[in-house]
Design a protein around this ligand. Structure first.
Ligand code: SF4
Ligand code: SF4
Length: 93
């Protein structure tokens, strides 16, 4: 079990120009701007669960981390967070 990031559209302000998570994510093409909703969207299959996007979005708190079922690839939004890779925690100090 590992975590992936998930964006809450109701909190994301990407339509106002915010791109913080997209800029800081160390994985290429992992967080994209959804051209229809104008919100950030995490490509689950590319996310390494480092927490960095969650840290940089701390003002709007739009990103949360959730376990993903390694067999089905489905994000388990209601489940408790699994162990973190911790990179974002290091940045948060
Ligand atoms: S940092 Fe937060 S508010 Fe900004 S685009 Fe990413 S999810 Fe949206
Ligand atoms: S947890 Fe890390 S790898 Fe995943 S979307 Fe956020 S910054 Fe990118």
């Amino acid at each position: 079990m590992y975590n992936v990031a998930f964006v809450d559209d109701s909190k994301c302000i990407a339509e106002k120009g915010c791109r913080l998570c997209i800029m800081y994510c160390p994985e290429a093409d992992c967080i994209l701007l959804n051209p229809e909703s104008k919100k950030a969207v995490v490509i689950t299959s590319r996310c390494k669960g480092c927490d960095l996007c969650k840290v940089v979005c701390s003002t709007h708190n739009a990103i949360s981390m959730h376990p993903v079922d390694a067999t089905t690839g489905k994000v388990q939004l209601g489940a408790d967070q699994a162990e973190s890779a911790g990179l974002g925690q290091a940045y948060a100090g």
